[in-house]
Design a protein around this ligand. Sequence first.
Ligand code: MLT
Length: 255
Amino acid sequence: MLHARVVGSGQAMLFLHGFPLNSRMWEPQIRVLRERARVIAPDFPGFGLSGPPLVEPSLDHYAREVISLLDQLHVERVVVVGLSMGGYVAFRLAEPLGARLVGLVLADTRATPDSADAAAARHELAAEVEAEGVEAAASEFLPKLLGATTLRTQPQLVDRVRAIMLENTVPGVAGALRALAARPDSTALLSQIRCPVACVAGEEDSITPPDIAHEMAARIRDAWTEVIPLAGHLSNLEGPDAFNDVLVTILDQKR
Ligand code: MLT
């Protein structure tokens, strides 16, 4: 069973973290949303406080673990917030959750799979992580995840993100890299989503720029795009107030 932070009461709101972070990345959201919702923020296997992966991870495996957690917590209707890898998992949840999914925030993510080159680079990094430790992934990802403005003006946030990355385990991080490399194309699922969806991107996100959020929103029946000013790929940490406003909006719009 996944470890999860569970606080607050009311409408369930599930927060799925990005790579190579863990549920601590959602602290600025948990602080605010716990007053309005039942916040559930799991750690994927081998991340944060969750135990190591017991099978070779895949995004569908993560999705099954998340559904077991929701079942165990007796959650009937849920708003899902997924950032980047968390968004990839949210795509895999849409079908199995069906009508239980009442709102969705797809932040700094994309429905398309890795190119062959990108997948090969992930396998190389997974081997490096196994040889050298999770620092290898932290050094590779930290400068890419944060926007230019954050890197220039928020040294404390840079340190915090690095610290969160170093809390994760080698099997968790290496397994996730291989799961990311193998992820399927979720584009066809977009037109089947029936709940309100906010597609969010940091203005300075160089991994999944705002154009990608606009393209996803155009394929979803009831979706809009929000661009978080002066934020990079970790838009929830880099622009927490604007990001939280989106969460409150989707919470109010759920059906
Ligand atoms: C993430 O933030 O989860 C990662 O950037 C995902 C990815 O590398 O595709």
